[in-house]
Design a protein around this ligand. Sequence first.
Ligand code: ADP
Ligand code: MG
Ligand code: ZN
Length: 501
Amino acid sequence: MTVTELVSYEDALATYDPVMGLEVHVELGTKTKMFCGCSTALGAEPNTQTCPTCLGLPGSLPVVNATGVESAIKIGLALNCEIAEWCRFARKNYFYPDMPKNFQTSQYDEPIAFNGYLDVDVDGEVFRVEIERAHMEEDTGKSTHVGGATGRIHGAQHSLLDYNRAGIPLIEIVTKPIVGAGEKAPEVAKAYVTELRELIKALGVSEARMEMGQMRCDVNLSLRPQGVEKFGTRSETKNVNSLRSVERAVRFEVQRHAAVLNDGGTIIQETRHFHEEDGSTTSGRVKEEAEDYRYFPEPDLVPVAPARTWVEELRGGLPELPRVRRNRLREDWGLSRHEMQSVLNAGAIDLITATMDEGAPADQARKWWMGELARRANEDGVELTALPITPAQVARVCALVKEGSLNDKLARQTIEGVLAGEGDPDQVVTERGLKVVSDEGALGTAVDEAIAANAAIADKIRGGKVAAAGALVGAVMKATRGQADAARVRELILEKLGVEG
Ligand code: ADP
Ligand code: MG
Ligand code: ZN
């Protein structure tokens, strides 16, 4: 059914309590596929990275990718999960042209990791999202529907299939029902996926780039009347592909469910498609029950039984996790939670630390990345990391400021030059002639000239009107095209006129 009249978000929350479930698929960055030796590299010609196993040809046999298992365990540990002593793969049977075996090798009732949690920060408060399980599976191939208006199969003239993606390892991370988020449900969902993405990146198991489909989220949502214990029926919005969309999908579904329920209707358990253009969802297919898939243990693969010594070794090797690191940096840098949140949202944490590694002080590194450079990135509509300037170059600008070769204005021009492709900071300074005039002789001459040209003002200053010095400083700065150190100029003027600053 299509609902034209959504209930306002506030009205929906006044009557109902949202319950969410987030299923996130992460494509691992392993070199080869989960059950064969085919390459996982992106951008190859269609169907050039396939073999009998990932094409599901009769007689072929799968072999488990050890790095895939290792990555799954690392993710499980980082999510505070228990790691199975023994688990199996299972066949999830269904037919779809992009899945050549007619079953997906997945895990069902024996996931590799289960019972964990991830703490996320929402508006300065900690919200704990409980994890039901993280399991291993494989990706499907990719269908391209040609000839229709929408790119969907309906109305298409023919479809193309590329099996390069078939068999790439996926980890699916499923939350327990998320209750208690109340009106903050959309923010909690977004914060959870954001934190999970940071975690995956920190573990080095995937680049987790949502825009490239390396991480995708299914958003389950139901409403129950305020005060009622029992969950309502959920809808499952599939393949939501950006952080912002996760937030919007939750918000939209809350409003849609409320509209249906207020009308006395019932929510049907179905999958839904999310539409970026207007943030709406539309009906997909009626949801299968697990039994429709006729799961059974995969007979061609041995069980996975990770030795406890190996699991403990992996636990010991986990990197500092993003939230812990963020809290540590926040204290080191002396920022409020709100300020740190801005740094995080701008994607600037790693850039700032890298700039510090190149020798810049924290406040300077932050000032440039969160100020001038954030402004530029915003103007150009790109991520900070996409700007054509490196942390080393920013650190060099900081060093030039510190040694007094550049003032703030000149530093900004230097950065502008680097961004314009004029080379390293030192090259830009030389080419554009940006060095602060710190040569005392040249500066002295400029000051003498300014005094001579403004005799009346000079007299006032001699007579005690120190405030009038500003005009002379201005004249010198003009004469040196802004390349003098204004504080030093002021000192020189007062010195030459024989007055105390
Ligand atoms: P399926 O494979 O059918 O999608 P899963 O168990 O893999 O089922 O995932 C369902 C997700 O939805 C889980 O995150 C679960 O916690 C959540 N969930 C289950 N019931 C509800 C409900 N009534 N309302 C909201 N979320 C729910
Ligand atoms: Mg699911
Ligand atoms: Zn293969």
